[in-house]
Write a protein that binds this ligand. Sequence first.
Ligand SMILES: [Mn+2]
Length: 265
Amino acid sequence: MPGCFAKLTAPPTWRRLAFVSDLHLGPEAPATTAGFLRWLAAQALAADALFILGDLFEAWIGDDLLDTGPPDAHHQVCAALAAYAAGGHAVHVMHGNRDFLLQQGFAQRCNAALLPDPCVLDLREQRIVLTHGDALCLSDVPYLQWRALCRGTDWQARFLAQPLQARIEQARALREQSRASQSRMNTWSDADPSEAARWLQAADSNWMIHGHTHRPREHWELGQLRQVLSDWDLDAPPGGAAHRAQVLWLHAGSTTLAVERRPVV
Ligand SMILES: [Mn+2]
């Protein structure tokens, strides 16, 4: 359970807000990355504020990768976000379990603000809890232990002090480990509904938006709404269930608030 909830107040000028998560962009997902760049240059222009609730990238090994090497998907996405933000759209990025090493160098490059996990968005009369969702998956004890370690300043300082190539190799090994442990489990761990309810109560809220579990749907429980965002995978075979990309839109009028899920085409 988080000790406190940072607060972000939506200015009255924000009328359309877009929420995405779990895009897992990178050189290994060219179709998804291209899809995001297309979306950002077209449909996303309707949003006053874009919230990326974790795992924008499949991996992030340090902001300095933007200053080295030949430009790749990471550079393209950052340049596109910077252009989007320069057009007057607010961009907020939360850490996921894949890209928790995004830091100020990235944020400055993209004209984005890093959003603490969790936080409460004050939108008109509503208080909406925003979180990536991995900290809600209480049944995955080994992951939570790893999370506590790698979110610490000591681990991060040691990791980032290594040369880029060593970090690339270590990150690859970590992803393989994580894939192996997932395949040992019968099902992917899911967000714990009781834990989510406790967070909402602590935040004095009845509305949560999160991602991470790749199980997009609306959960209505005891007067609380929990909206789980879709992952994006346009590199999956077209026509299959895994081939999807979706945005959650909030339309905020002066007295109304409408929610809509829209596929990215
Ligand atoms: Mn995740």
